[in-house]
Ligand binder design. Sequence first.
Ligand SMILES: [Zn+2]
Length: 312
Amino acid sequence: MPFLQRKLLTIILVLASFVGLNAQEIDGSKLLRHLEYLSSDALEGRKPLSKGSSMAQKYILKELTSLDLVEPLYPGFIQKFSFEDRRSKKMVVDASNIVAFIPGAASKKVIVVTAHYDHVGIGRPDATGDSIYNGADDNASGTAAMLVLAEYFSKNRPQHGMLFVGLDAEEMGLQGAKALVNDFPYPLEQILLNVNMDMLSRSDAKEVYVSGTHYYPQFKSILEKVPGEAGTTLRFGHDIPGTGAEDWTRSSDHGAFFEKKVPHLYFGVEDHVDYHRPSDSFAGIHPEFYKATVKLILQSLLALDKSLLVNQ
Ligand SMILES: [Zn+2]
């Protein structure tokens, strides 16, 4: 082969291997861009039914509906729901879960990947005068992770169906998750498990917990075999009954699945100094830890999707 042709072929092969490689990875810079937008001041803390909430919804919808393979299970990919506000006792009407479905290649069973996108809005200012509760870690981080995971599985079809869900009104009592399990598009028995993500982007100890294996030890042996990611460590725990606030079994949306006896795994970090403060902002997150943690969750999801198919 003439030199120039051979050189061209080499370039093509190198480019092709890059494309192949990229399909196996999540896009770390896009992950950070999603988080930065969702936690920006413009979204005013994403309180349910607020202007900022509807901006967040539009963003999530645009991202999810632009993917290949996704199907709506609710009109326009939105599950509307109403509930009574525990504090004011008034009805909150037309809160919105955003739901996109990727059909499985080999099974009718589904894995439900959830993250709440709401936070607490604008509130009492802190010492610096900041009154916007950006909720960067809680839970723009889980929402951004859900978006890049959906993108990954739209390019690498899973064995089981996967629902990718941005849940509303978690901060008002897991309302979006309760609405989802009460009006689920399939019988609940069809759910293999719920993987919930809430607070993934900062940890001084560089640790993320997976809670739920106390109840579902069948998942622990699968997760223990997942290769580690540099910059983050997966810890098991926070699911022992009778340990008070240390037991996270009902601490976020997976609690609504637990109440319906649907298996769950919850990924999240320990509370930090900026938890539920205006200072839980993009500036406070740990980008390298966050990217590594979302990669670890992707590897966990891949292992579960593969292993549970063999086992079921
Ligand atoms: Zn949260």
